[in-house]
Design a protein around this ligand. Structure first.
Ligand SMILES: C[S@@+](CC[C@H](N)C(=O)[O-])C[C@H]1O[C@@H](n2cnc3c(N)ncnc32)[C@H](O)[C@@H]1O
Length: 282
């Protein structure tokens, strides 16, 4: 790949490269080993995958370029973006982009259009302001394949993932979190977005009754493993979809194995720098 000569000192480039799931996984591992985190991968069970890359001139070192060359990924579609546009996506401000066509509005003044869905996020100290890649990956997965039927947002934080599911037609939606701040924040987010939902305080599934068609869980690897080890997961999700994020790349195999042992098969995987997200079904 010969991108470096065309880059200006303050310009950023994004590139999307179609590839196979195996290429996506190998490239992600090699870029992470080089401490290059400006990429995201996405693969589905249809055998298609892609790598998205964003970088400035400094970060696209010869070693990083060699990774793409080694995997014969030499023809990315390049899009030059102004630094202001990149920052508008990455920084909170009043508005931040969660996924293509999906915006988060913390000031209440962004107008929704047919091509722009807007989630309102009242200020709070709960986890989940839309900036973290783990939230963004799950947002994109939810947007791409909206949950249908009873849905649980486990570890809801500000509730924005469950709110997104509800806005896209899932229902009823239950929100749960161990953090009391999340209760207040999620109720406020539901009100601000005109959705209804049951909001419960619970340590994982300990106090969450009912069964679900979809569980959304942006948790840490240890919590996902704890979830997998408890009988409650099978009761809460007898069949359906489990959308997990927040697993660091180094813990992915362990989490995947634990879920496969419960009869789940993985149907999608995303990676953004250090973080991975996946969808499992059974
Ligand atoms: C990574 S944040 C995700 C927040 C939000 N869903 C998002 O995607 O932006 C993880 C959330 O899990 C919650 N959490 C941590 N331990 C938990 C537990 N044992 N049971 C339930 N929730 C827990 C935290 O309070 C936090 O809100």
């Amino acid at each position: 790949m010969t991108l470096a000569p065309v880059l200006g000192p303050r310009s950023w480039w994004t590139a999307t490269m179609p590839c196979t799931p195996a290429q996506a996984e190998a490239v992600a591992a090699e870029l992470t080993a080089l401490a290059f985190h400006g990429f995201a991968t996405s693969s589905g069970d249809d055998g298609r995958a892609s790598i998205e890359l964003w970088h400035d001139r400094q970060s696209l070192t010869a070693a990083v370029q060699a990774v793409f060359a080694r995997h014969r990924l030499t023809r990315p579609t390049l899009v030059q973006r102004s630094e202001a546009a990149v920052m508008a996506d990455l920084l909170p401000g009043g508005h931040c982009r969660l996924a293509p066509g999906l915006w988060l509005d913390q000031e209440g003044d962004l107008i929704e259009t047919p091509r722009r869905m807007v989630l309102r996020l009242p200020p709070s100290h709960a986890w989940g302001d839309g900036r973290h890649p783990t939230t963004r990956m799950l947002s994109a997965m939810i947007l791409r394949d909206p949950p249908a039927g009873p849905t649980l947002d486990l570890g809801c934080g500000t509730g924005l993932l469950g709110v997104l599911a509800a806005r896209l037609g899932a229902g009823p939606v239950t929100f749960s979190d161990i953090d009391p701040l999340a209760m207040t924040a999620t109720k406020a987010a539901c009100r601000a977005n005109g959705v209804t939902g049951r909001v419960l305080r619970s340590d994982l599934l300990a106090r969450v009754p009912g069964t679900y068609a979809v569980i959304i869980a942006n948790l840490y690897a240890d919590l996902v493993l704890e979830l997998a080890a408890s009988r409650r997961l099978a009761r809460a999700l007898p069949t359906g979809r489990l959308l997990v994020s927040g697993v660091s790349a180094g813990r992915w195999t362990e989490v995947d194995a634990a879920l496969r042992a419960l009869g789940f098969r993985r149907t999608a995987r995303r990676r953004s720098g250090f973080w991975t997200a996946g969808e499992w079904r059974r």
